[in-house]
Ligand binder design. Structure first.
Ligand code: CP
Length: 316
């Protein structure tokens, strides 16, 4: 297996099956630290730099919490407008990361441009972790989700997935690439204008993903062991920021309600959502036996602990 030390985490297309399981093993080992709300000194000599060109609650704060749990340090920016990359100068990714690599040992980057973390990795001498790039990928979120499935169901292989939402979304791309390494058939349900692109389908065919598409959750939910939902009412991920404004409601085709779960879902299926949500999962679903998104949020910290420990060489 390739070493994780010094490695960029940019895409799950690069991930091999045994690498997924190694990351999950490390996460399981470190999980008690987070569960017991302890801080240890594993990364006491390391600093993480956050470079967030797009808003985030979970991805940035889970990485920061993970670094604190492991005794490391955190610096960075949460709004590029307050840096030279976001003012009159529009400083390039190259010039920015050439600075950031002097300030820490790993960079976590979220950007509205697809491929920006890859560009950063070309120039940085320290690992770059992709915290979401435009419509591109969101690898640490899907590693979190797979880890959640493993913890909740005891296995990943042999489970049938249902993914509902906007298939142009970065989480969906990372999910599709990840599942090529497992025995997991998946059904994608999305509005026609948000379906998998032909380019993405060609890629998934090349990687032999066992997938199909459907136009209504009702047609696919009964067989699903894992239901992963994302909004179809959402902002443009190629923009640095969009303020709140008028928006529509989620059509029933893409909504997971209590009634649907009670009447059609498998009794032991689990429901994931990386959040934030709109109305695609109403709040009254939260206390049903299917919901696992709060566990998923906790696992978001655990997964980032594992990734930081691995890329910074504190664990092999
Ligand atoms: N799940 C996720 O990426 O959330 P944030 O946008 O809040 O980071």
């Amino acid at each position: 297996m390739r070493s994780f030390m010094g490695r960029d985490i940019l895409s799950l297309k690069d991930f091999e099956r045994n690498e997924f399981f190694r990351v999950f093993e490390i996460a399981e080992e470190l999980e008690p630290i987070a569960r017991n709300r302890r801080n240890v000194d594993l990364l006491k000599d390391k600093t993480m730099v956050t470079a967030f060109y797009q808003p985030s609650t979970r991805t940035r704060l889970a990485h920061e919490a993970a670094m604190h749990r492991l005794g490391g340090h955190v610096t960075g920016f949460v709004d590029a407008k307050m840096t030279r990359a976001g003012d009159w100068y529009q400083e390039s990714i190259k010039d920015t990361v050439k600075m950031l690599e002097c300030y820490g040992d790993v960079i976590v980057m979220r950007h509205f441009q697809q491929g920006a973390p890859h560009e950063a990795a070309k120039w940085a001498s320290i690992p770059i972790i992709n915290g979401g790039d435009g419509w591109g990928e969101h690898p640490t979120q899907i590693l979190t989700d797979l880890y959640t499935v493993l913890r909740e169901k005891g296995r990943i292989d042999g489970l049938r997935w249902l993914a509902v939402g906007d298939m142009r979304m970065r989480t969906m791309h990372s999910l599709a690439y990840a599942l090529t390494q497992f025995d997991c058939p998946i059904t994608f349900v999305s509005p026609p204008d948000m379906s998998l692109t032909e380019e993405m389908k060609a890629d998934l065919d090349k990687y032999s993903l066992d997938y199909q598409e459907a136009d209504h959750v009702e047609k696919a939910i009964a067989d699903a062991d894992v239901i992963l939902v994302e909004p179809v009412v959402q902002p443009d991920y190629t923009q640095a920021r969009q303020e709140a404004g008028e928006h529509g409601l989620t059509p029933a085709n893409y909504k997971i309600t209590r009634d649907l779960l009670f009447n059609k879902a498998k009794s032991d299926a689990i429901l994931l959502h990386s959040l934030p949500r709109m109305d695609e999962i109403p709040a009254d679903v939260d206390i049903t036996k299917w919901s696992r998104y709060w566990q998923e949020a906790f696992n978001g910290v655990v997964m980032r602990m594992a990734l930081l420990a691995l890329v910074l060489g504190a664990m092999e």
